[in-house]
Design a protein around this ligand. Structure first.
Ligand code: IPD
Length: 262
């Protein structure tokens, strides 16, 4: 049984998802004008965040907030905050690729306690609450049971426009690709974590990532039986800007490769 908070989060994610699906259908018509499409998607993104904020704030006016579009706001209750990416996978959305999601996490005393990742284009709703397992459309999910790197698929994000973490990511890729069944780069971190949680792939890592991209997905992986850490082991995977997640059988080997310095 979902808690009241999770139900509030699901309602907000579905409402924002409906608005985004409507806008997504329009995007194709706008592709002729790249600037037009870019501005349109920024508006769609902001509108989705407005919808989520209104829903969550109405239901829980005293919680804090951090959202990709509107930044951070302290709440009267300093122990709880929402961490929200209204549209994770913005570049996919802009290009008409149906791989993007609404991501909402609830943090309590520094721990993620509830999450929703909603892939509205495919109608896949991933949810988790601490201690209660992880679900895809109400069906319980588990990380994959694969034990061999060579049979396993891993996902990452490759920084666009050669951002600072590109050399390290390229080093990771050259180390990992010969040892695995493949590396995917699908462009929505929240769904990368959700896919580790469902066992669609065995692991995911990324450098240069923000808290709102990964907060909800982290709990999905943990509640599905997987491990998640920062690439720097002593730091928080939510806040540190780097992340490595995998099933328990492969975590040490995979994280060891990502952490290796040359
Ligand atoms: C991006 C996506 C992408 C990841 C980037 C993120 P956004 O989020 O999650 O997969 O590689 O680092 O910034 O900008 O689409 O919300």
């Amino acid at each position: 049984m979902a808690s009241a908070n999770l139900n509030i989060m699901i309602k907000a994610a579905r409402k924002a998802g409906r608005s985004l699906v409507k806008d997504f259908r329009e995007v194709e018509n706008l592709q002729v004008s790249v600037k037009g499409a870019g501005d349109f998607v920024s508006r769609a993104d902001r509108e989705a965040e407005r919808i989520i904020k209104e829903e969550l704030r109405t239901a829980r006016p005293n919680y804090g907030w951090i959202g990709e579009e509107t930044g951070e706001e302290a709440g009267e209750d300093p122990t709880r905050r929402w961490i929200v990416d209204p549209l994770d996978g913005t570049t996919n959305f802009l290009h008409g690729l149906p791989h993007w999601a609404v991501s909402i996490a609830l943090e309590h005393k520094g721990e993620i306690v509830a999450s929703v990742v909603f892939d509205a284009a495919k109608d896949e709703l991933f949810t988790a609450e601490r201690g209660d397992g992880a679900f895809l459309n109400d069906r319980r999910i588990r990380v994959s049971g694969r034990r061999q790197m060579i049979e396993s698929i891993f996902a990452t994000g490759v920084p666009f426009a050669g951002r600072g973490t590109l050399p390290a990511t390229l080093r990771d890729l050259s180390r990992l690709m010969p040892l695995t069944a493949g590396v995917r780069r699908w462009g929505a971190a929240s769904l990368d974590l959700a896919y580790v949680a469902t066992g669609r792939y065995e692991g995911y890592w990324e450098r240069g990532i923000k808290s709102w991209d990964v907060a909800a997905g982290i709990l999905l992986v943990k509640e599905a039986g997987g491990f998640v850490e920062s690439i720097r082991p002593d730091q928080s995977p939510v806040e540190s800007g780097s992340i490595v997640a995998a099933n328990p059988q492969l975590f040490d080997e995979f994280a060891g490769l990502v952490r290796q310095r040359d």
